[in-house]
Design a protein around this ligand. Structure first.
Ligand code: GLC
Length: 590
């Protein structure tokens, strides 16, 4: 450094001018590239799809909102529908065309809304039906589709249906077998549950009810009794629920816990050894994945179709299929739904989230859906955030992967910012799973932490003097990782995400094909999307060191379209250096 440089503040030095020049040139180049790439892009809010014959859900990202944690509007520390309305333009900014709302229905909130006591009411905590109608109206005016959670497997034990059922005296009562009741057995003079069935949330899946004088079955909490889908009346009631929300104008349903809809009819059978509890184990021979499920999914699909036929607007049916065998996947498609492909989420536990690991998982996802519409998801309200599961330095690469894979991607709120989950290790867990399992490591609180909007108190999530229902913790670096800051920072996770959301509208990313070129790289995940002259190579360094790749065999010529980290100089195809966690998209020219 020369004497003059020492005296001058950095930005008045020659070095700074040089840097500014490099960034301006790089910026212009990036804009030119992106503009070129999206040249033939349809308006991404034109989800009508009639002209192209493509349903809207094939061209958009789905953004999952956990209403409790997205935006509080009334200062009670819990997010609500008005809060979501106030943030709708964020989705236009993000270039996201559809939102999925986790439950906002009347509920005692034992499982934070996944225990519904009235399916056709809004819980006062989240607002009222007027708010929901306004949300629909506002979303529509902004071109945003709305998918809502549908929780058919179980109700809350505070549902009027359950109250009727436990008080029913005999089978003449229409609610008599609305739920799954069993008198149990007598072992040495003591009453015991009829079998060894275990709940996902641990412990016996049978709960004794004094009023009815029988046990009832619950796949999840004891306060979440399972409905009996062998009862025609249950089916009819749920049809009404589906119609109710379709009449409200919703664009799709995410069906909760669908593999649990039926249990084997013969309740004297014990489950085989190994089938105890847990979220995603596929060992439940009698409690999950029963063959009767698909005709019920078809039935709901048929209702959606009647609405679709009226206005030509496609209705999306997304199935929460945790722990399903491969054969079941096809049956969900046949029934007219798209089953979530969850296998990328446990990548860290299954195969260390390496490049080879993701390659195998993605191939699996694509092969399983050959000829069908794929979907990928890498986070939700039941799993730790990407930054905590895979590592902060890989968040942008993970978002790039999600948005450049075939099919419909689903992003969990906050992942576009690279948000970490809250550190609640010194707090009594709020999540019932952690409580019933007596295992705080099973808590899902961390990933349900409040959305980080800005640098104000409580990150703009709430103006409650008490603070949010789950604290905003220091480990999340909320003063840096939030919408306000990232909006103004070129190259932030948010900035990259919204550019990728536009890039993926290019034809190359809309098709279902994906090729994994044979290349001698261990730690970089490489795949090619598109065909002919419209081919793009995606390379993601998922290793623990900087790494180089040679893609000279893939094309004679290539240009850099996008990178998650600033890059300088021209591309040497035989030696492209990638930093840890860096992702690039390269346009291949023959
Ligand atoms: C689903 C939800 C989960 C909930 C469970 C019981 O798996 O994703 O959050 O606890 O169903 O409804």
């Amino acid at each position: 450094m020369g004497m003059d440089d020492k005296k001058l503040p950095f930005c008045e030095s020659n070095k700074c001018s040089c840097l500014v020049f490099v960034f301006v040139v790089a910026g212009i180049a990036a804009v030119v590239c992106v503009t070129f790439l999206v040249d033939d892009v349809r308006d991404i809010y034109d989800h009508d799809g009639k002209a192209a014959g493509t349903p809207w859900w094939k061209t958009t990202i789905i953004y999952q909102i956990y209403p409790r944690s997205f935006q509080d509007s009334n200062g009670d520390g819990v997010g609500d529908l008005q809060g979501i309305i106030s943030r709708l333009s964020y989705f236009n900014y993000l270039n996201v065309g559809a939102i999925w709302l986790s439950p906002f229905f009347t509920s005692p909130m034992k499982d934070f809304g996944y225990d519904v006591s009235n399916y056709t009411e809004v819980d006062p905590l989240f607002g009222n039906m007027n708010d929901f109608d306004n949300l629909m109206k506002e979303a529509k005016s902004k071109g945003i589709k709305v998918i809502i959670d549908f929780v058919p497997n179980h109700t809350s034990n505070e549902s009027i249906w359950f109250k009727h059922s436990r008080n029913a005296k005999d089978s003449s009562d229409p609610f008599w077998d609305f739920y799954i009741w069993n008198k149990g057995t007598m072992i040495n003079g003591t009453r015991a549950p009829p079998n060894n069935w275990e709940s996902v949330f641990e412990g016996s899946a049978w709960e004794w009810d004094n009023v009815r004088g029988a046990y009832y079955y619950h796949a999840f909490l004891a306060s979440q009794p399972d409905l009996n889908y062998r009862n025609k009346r249950v089916l009819e009631k749920m049809d009404e629920v589906v119609r109710f929300w379709m009449d409200k104008g919703v664009d799709g349903l995410r069906i909760d816990a669908i593999p649990h809809l039926f249990e084997i009819a013969n309740q004297s059978l014990d489950e085989p050894k190994g089938a105890t509890n847990g979220f995603d184990e596929n060992l439940h021979k009698y409690l999950k994945n029963q063959p009767e499920i698909y005709s019920v999914v078809k039935r709901w699909r048929a209702i959606l179709d009647t609405y679709e036929a009226k206005d030509d607007n496609s209705r999306f049916l997304l199935a929460e299929t945790v722990g399903i065998p491969h054969e079941a996947r096809l049956k969900y498609y046949e029934a007219g739904s798209v089953p979530f492909f969850f296998n990328l989420i446990p990548a860290e536990d299954k195969c260390n989230a390496t490049a080879q690991c993701f390659k195998t998982l993605i191939k699996d996802g694509v092969n399983l859906t050959e000829g069908l519409w794929p979907n990928f998801v890498i986070g939700n309200h039941d799993n730790r955030r990407i930054a905590d599961r895979i590592g902060q330095e890989y968040v942008d690469a993970m978002n790039m992967m999600l948005l450049t894979l075939p099919g419909t991607p689903t992003t969990y709120y906050g992942e576009e910012l690279g948000m970490r989950g809250g550190d609640y290790s010194r707090m009594t867990p709020r999540d019932p799973y952690a409580i019933t399992s007596h295992d705080p490591t099973k808590s899902r609180d961390s990933e349900r932490n409040p959305m980080q909007w800005d640098t104000s108190l409580f990150s703009g999530f709430t103006n409650s003097s008490q603070g949010p229902w789950l604290p905003i913790t220091i480990n999340t670096e909320y003063m840096k990782v939030n919408v306000e800051i990232e909006k103004n920072k070129t190259g932030s996770s948010l900035d990259l995400y919204r550019t990728l959301a536009v890039l993926r509208q290019n034809e190359a990313f809309k098709s279902t094909n994906i090729d994994f070129p044979k290349m001698n790289v261990m730690n970089v995940l490489i795949y090619i999307r598109g065909s002919g002259t419209n081919r793009y190579l995606v390379a993601l360094n998922l290793g623990e060191e900087n790494d180089g790749i040679n893609i000279a065999g893939a094309a004679k010529n290539a240009t850099l379209t996008f990178s998650t980290k600033p890059r300088q100089g021209s591309l040497d195809l035989s030696n492209i250096q990638l930093k840890i966690g860096e992702g690039i998209i390269v346009h291949l020219v023959e």
